[in-house]
Ligand binder design. Structure first.
Ligand code: HEM
Length: 124
């Protein structure tokens, strides 16, 4: 076997085209939502458990940490849905070439940033 096989585990030397970044972010937001569901399910359960529970959820959601988690969760969901829709379009045979794939990846990130800013402004 050839001894000098290419080994390149230095992440800062690997090129990350927009389509690769979009793909990694899809997994990151999926995992982030999995953990965020702990907060979402707690908020749902506590808010309907009793009037005191409802008030405590309201307090947490009204504070900076609650707002940060809410906006972060919705931002992750927004990204994940945009990425999912991009996947659906690709499954139908579009945006599969290098140029169109990278263009749709840039558009996904751009739209996500715009929607996250809107979410932040509306919900903060
Ligand atoms: C709470 C809801 C969700 C959670 C926790 C979640 C979680 C995840 C995770 C962890 C992955 C990564 C799997 C991997 O890379 O091995 C993933 C992939 C995926 N998700 Fe979700 N997801 C959710 C909702 C959605 C929604 C609403 C859509 C569609 C709009 C969607 C579409 C996809 C697609 C298409 C992939 C595959 C991406 C790929 O093949 O690279 N997901 N999801």
């Amino acid at each position: 076997m050839k001894k000098q096989r290419p080994v390149n585990l230095q992440l800062n030397t690997i090129s990350f085209p927009p389509s690769a970044i979009v793909s990694i972010l899809h997994r990151v937001t999926g995992v982030a939502m999995f953990f965020a569901l702990i907060f979402v399910i707690w908020a749902w359960a506590a808010s309907v458990s009793s009037p005191e529970g409802f008030d405590s959820v309201k307090d947490v959601m009204g504070g900076p940490i609650g707002k940060f988690i809410t906006i972060g969760t919705l931002s992750a969901l927004t990204y994940h849905i945009l990425g999912g829709l991009r996947h659906m379009v690709m499954d139908m045979g579009h945006w599969e070439e290098l140029e169109s794939g990278n263009a749709s990846a840039k558009a996904t990130i751009g739209l996500w940033i715009v929607l996250t800013v809107i979410l932040g402004v509306v919900l903060w």
